[in-house]
Design a protein around this ligand. Structure first.
Ligand SMILES: *Cc1c(COP(=O)(O)O)cnc(C)c1O
Length: 237
């Protein structure tokens, strides 16, 4: 994987920023209502350092081990988001490195994370992943079980339920993801309005390189972008 120079990364960032600004304008949302997560998976630490030089603060990794390698030494103001499925035996490591985990899809993981965070006193942001594409290869709870799953979430003093995450459809047509994104927004709205456990349930993590415009139109607050920033990955995940 050829490494991206700072200049090359800056150009790609500017092109992406233009896309984000246009998408926000098109639906009259303020640019600040969308946070860019730089998905640095499979890219070297030097790319992360270049991104930080360009002002990046939020990074996404989908494998715990890689997140540990790049982000276990805390840097002021830099946050690590885990966006990939986590095996039960890696939850402790995930909780140690992450500020936020977007890929939670079981009560078991919730209970384990709460007890891990209770030991260390950490407060962890949690997003629930929904499989809106209904493709078997994707993780997440199904759309039909989403509401009952959310209503069954336990009170967890060390976890903050922040919202919902999904991965769009992998068809090459961004429009195909719209219905799933819309479902996510409506579910977020419903839960957020109910308050209580959901008082912080304001985030919608959706939109990647191919479909971020549709995601922004449908209300994404966190977009997770890898390829548009760092280029192609050696392995596709
Ligand atoms: C890799 C990945 C991304 C970034 O995808 P790009 O298409 O490269 O922008 C976003 N979200 C998840 C969950 C990922 O695994």
């Amino acid at each position: 994987m050829p490494e991206l120079s700072l200049e090359a990364l800056e150009k790609r960032r500017e092109a992406l920023e233009t896309r984000i600004i246009l998408a926000c304008k098109a639906c009259q949302r303020p640019r600040e209502s969308v946070t860019l997560i730089w998905v640095s998976k499979f890219h070297p630490i030097t790319s992360v350092e270049n991104a930080i030089q360009l002002g990046a603060k939020e990074f996404g990794e989908n494998r715990v081990q890689e997140a540990i390698e790049k982000f276990s030494t805390p840097r002021a103001g830099i946050h690590c988001h885990i966006i990939g499925p986590i095996q039960a035996n890696k939850l402790r490591k995930a909780a140690s490195v992450a500020d936020s985990i977007h890929s939670i899809a079981s009560l078991d993981a919730i209970h384990k994370l709460e007890s891990i965070c209770a030991e260390t006193g950490k407060i962890l942001d949690i997003l629930i992943q929904v499989n809106t594409s209904e493709e078997d290869t994707k993780s997440g709870i199904t759309m039909s079980e989403t509401e009952s799953f959310l209503l069954s979430l336990p009170e967890a003093p060390h976890l903050r339920y922040r919202g919902l995450m999904t991965i769009g459809k992998n068809t090459g047509r961004a429009e195909d993801s719209r219905a799933g994104f819309c479902f996510l927004r409506e579910m977020r709205d419903k839960m957020h309005a109910s308050g209580g456990l959901f008082e912080n349930f304001s985030e919608l993590s959706m939109g990647m390189t191919e479909d971020l415009e549709v995601a922004i139109e449908e209300g994404a607050t966190l977009i997770r972008v890898g390829t548009a920033l760092f280029g192609e990955r050696a392995r596709l995940i």
